[in-house]
Design a protein around this ligand. Structure first.
Ligand code: PNS
Length: 171
């Protein structure tokens, strides 16, 4: 049996938070090759994203550089559309890594993992427990705080805090 060499860390990353960066670096700790897959998610919950796909990919690349994670090597960021399992197959990735915060994440993540296992039984779902320090951090909380003018510099990488300020002052 072959060991998994390459995993995908998927998400909408609207925008990337320090919680995501923690999950990505831990995925790289576990597996030699990590592709961070940024979903187009045009129809997520019927609403568009705050940032375009290109902006979300750029912020992730910049944030991984800024946080010193890129320098580990073996990590890349790519956009994707369509089914996650198809994208994994295209890349030859054998697993998907996601972070779990509270029990509230569990049901949603289990449903996605079950669906992905049904579509592609050969692709493993792996969960890492998020750093307790980031348990309450989510992209939607960050967007809400930033839209209300609150400081989010402890929740997101500096390049993202700047982008959020630009985004919400331009609105
Ligand atoms: O960060 P998110 O929003 O929780 O990420 C969700 C994401 C992008 C991983 C999920 O919506 C996804 O995999 N979308 C691609 C379409 C797909 O494969 N859907 C079936 C599995 S849910």
């Amino acid at each position: 049996m072959n060991h998994i060499q390459h995993v995908v860390v998927p998400g909408t990353f609207d925008p990337v938070t320090l919680g995501h960066i923690d999950v990505i670096s831990r995925a790289r700790h576990l597996f030699p090759q990590v592709t961070v897959a940024v979903a187009e998610s045009r129809t997520k919950r019927g609403v568009g994203t705050a940032f375009t796909l290109e902006e979300r990919v750029d912020m992730l690349r910049q944030a991984l550089d800024e946080q010193g994670v890129s320098s580990i090597g073996g990590i890349r960021v790519l956009p994707f559309t369509g089914l996650l399992v198809d994208f994994c197959r295209e890349l030859g990735a054998g697993g998907v890594v996601k972070g779990l915060r509270a029990m509230t994440d569990f049901e949603y993540e289990l449903q996605q993992a079950d669906l992905n296992a049904h579509l592609a039984p050969d692709i493993e779902s792996v969960f890492v427990m998020s750093n307790p320090g980031y348990g309450y951090v989510s992209s939607s909380i960050v967007r809400e705080l930033a839209s209300l003018g609150s400081d989010v510099s402890t929740l997101v990488p500096p390049c993202v805090a700047i982008k959020l300020r630009e985004h919400f002052t331009a609105e």
